[in-house]
Design a protein around this ligand. Sequence first.
Ligand code: GDP
Length: 334
Amino acid sequence: MAIATASASRIPIADYVTGIPAGDRALLARAITLVESTNPEHGRLAQAVLQELLPKTGNAVRLGMTGVPGVGKSTTIDQLGMNLIADGHLVAVLAIDPTSKRTGGSILGDKTRMSSLAQEKNAFIRPSPSSGTLGGVTKRTRETMALVEAAGFDVVIVETVGVGQSEVAVADMVDFFLVLLLSGGGDDLQGIKKGIIELADMIAINKADGDNIKRAERAAADYKAALQIFTPAGATWFPPVVTVSGLDNRGLKELWAKVLEHRNKMTATGEFQSRRQAQAVSWMRDMLENRLMAALKANPQIAAELPGIEASVRDGTLLPTLAVERIMAMMKLQ
Ligand code: GDP
């Protein structure tokens, strides 16, 4: 990794700017390495490349997908991706998982989990960065999304598991947020996390195959009823609930048709554009927060005094508000 990053930083910006849109995958991978690097100089180079490539970004269908481990995300993405490639699309798969470790186990976006796509020249799979805060991982995924779009990928799938705020982070960077669920035994709605229904643009009950089809359809009816409660009357989009089988490639064509229908409807009302605009501002705010926190942690005076300040807050001799005032003064922010 260190060697790849070192050589990535020696490539002139102009080479990235012409090579990535021309389809040079090696340069794309190197640019992503720069985006993922923690070295500030690499960060600056990555920003310069991104700024130049900005006019070539934004053209992909951005699809987010979430679901618990085992629900069938990789099987579904593998199959859906193959369908899309057969229709002439270029498909990139990215992942957000702040808990992922490169050692053992299946990690999101792992190529071995998507064995057909992994062999396709029209697919690009990038696992979640193996460490970092959610904010850091989110920033890198957004920037990687811009790079793959500039490289001509017209479908970007961002997958995540339901860890903490990662679903909110993904919903905040995609056009369409798909929640994969399984049919449970009895009361299916028990299985759904609070808040997820509000984020979903569609729910797909997976593994609707074999003798599970009837159960999946019953679950779909339950979720439909639940969504009815959450969707405001008169909304442009009413999140559909479908049943699919990633394994048998059942329902995936219809699923994609819904994604496109959503795009058309939201484009017609202007909501597509305003969602993208709001996401750009939200990207900026997230980054600003990250930078401010990083600057705070890097400030030597704060680093020296923070343990003492926290001790005083802990033993009740310093009011939290006053502690914040002192830290802000050290940052010269007031
Ligand atoms: P992930 O952890 O969400 O990525 O789930 P995987 O795609 O790895 O799938 C977990 C397990 O469920 C694997 O054994 C798959 O073969 C199986 N599986 C995935 N999709 C389906 C499906 O549509 N039907 C059935 N019957 N099994 C599936």
